[in-house]
Design a binder for this molecule. Structure first.
Ligand code: EPU
Length: 292
């Protein structure tokens, strides 16, 4: 039996990926799967491994650029309710890897649990946030994480405890195929104070970043002690364009795309920014987004 027949209720072939990403760009996935349970995910992973089909996990699509030619193999998305539960108990909150980070933040704040509120406004899923240790100047998700349940590339389910996890700037040791669920230990605080603080973070962020646009957050990592956005701005690149992709006038570390843009436009603009910043300021920028 072919993989498509066996998993026909959860796997589609040739699925356009653009609508699943914030950039709204790029080609299709050869196979695209939305398993409904952990067991289904496990069977799918094992079967794909047996058939030599490469697997990738797509979170909220807010930190990824899909190439125009699309991606070979299987793209898996944990969009089913089984992967998006959020529950608070005492100082602990558990969340499915497919839950929205924003949802986790609002549940925590409502429960009077502090720690994640500086991350307000960061799009994407809890799994994606953990994989890239999403954060802001106020902190990152890793510092509050005490446990994660992951699925390895061979389909084994593992629980990884705090001592076994390392997080650094936009980096995490949670690099298995999928983060199925995670647990956070937060600090008790008055929900009203906490809500006010979160609102302040949100206002500052909204004023500084082009959040409503077709984009993928910051394109480059900040080099140690510097801001990539400031460097790109100093290199005079705000407003620079390749086709339908443009360096944001609001924050130079964002590329915004218009309806005519292709992924190739964004990639060419990334190259242009990198070479201009290296040439004018002597700094090599490294991308933060994933290019598929
Ligand atoms: N700046 C400019 N021009 C610009 C952008 C920024 O001069 O076009 C200056 C600002 O005026 C400020 C400094 O650069 O003095 C730093 O800017 P900002 O506060 O916006 O922070 P950032 O270092 O550019 C980082 C994260 C953001 C996060 C913000 C706020 C990275 C690559 N960026 O940006 O994260 O939201 O701090 O905490 O780490 C992301 O990772 O996708 C992201 C958007």
């Amino acid at each position: 039996m072919s993989l498509l027949t066996e998993f026909e209720s959860i796997v589609r072939s040739g699925e356009p990926l653009a609508p699943h990403t914030w950039f709204h760009l790029g080609g299709p996935a050869e196979y695209f799967a939305e398993p409904r349970t952990i067991e289904e995910l496990q069977m799918l992973v094992r079967r794909s491994v047996d058939e030599g089909i490469p697997l990738r996990l797509l979170g909220g699509g807010s930190n990824v650029l899909v190439r125009d030619e699309g991606v070979p193999g299987m793209v898996v998305r944990l969009s089913a309710p089984a992967f998006s539960d959020i529950a608070a108990k005492g100082r602990r909150v558990t969340a499915g890897g497919g839950a929205k980070l924003g949802h986790l933040i609002s549940v925590s704040v409502r429960e009077g649990l502090a720690g994640l509120e500086p991350l307000v406004g960061i799009p994407g899923t809890v799994g994606g946030a953990l994989n890239g240790n999403a954060g802001s100047r106020g902190g990152d998700i890793g510092q509050w994480t005490c446990r994660a349940t992951v699925m390895t590339r061979s389909g084994d389910l593992l629980v990884r405890e705090r001592d076994d996890l390392t997080f650094a700037y936009r980096e995490s040791s949670l690099d298995e195929l999928a983060i199925v669920a995670a647990e956070f230990e937060l600090e008790q605080e008055d929900p009203e104070e906490l809500t006010k603080r979160m609102q302040k973070y949100w206002i500052v962020k909204k004023a500084a970043q082009p959040l409503g646009h077709q984009s993928a957050g910051c394109i480059f990592k900040n080099p140690r002690g510097m801001s990539a956005g400031m460097l790109i701005d100093q290199a005079g690149l705000k407003g620079s364009r390749v086709g339908g992709a443009e360096v944001s006038d609001l924050h130079a570390n964002f590329i915004v795309a218009d309806a005519s843009a292709t992924s190739q436009d964004v990639l060419r603009l990334i190259d242009l920014i990198r070479s201009r910043v290296a040439e004018r300021l002597g700094v090599d920028l490294e991308t933060e987004i994933e290019v598929w």
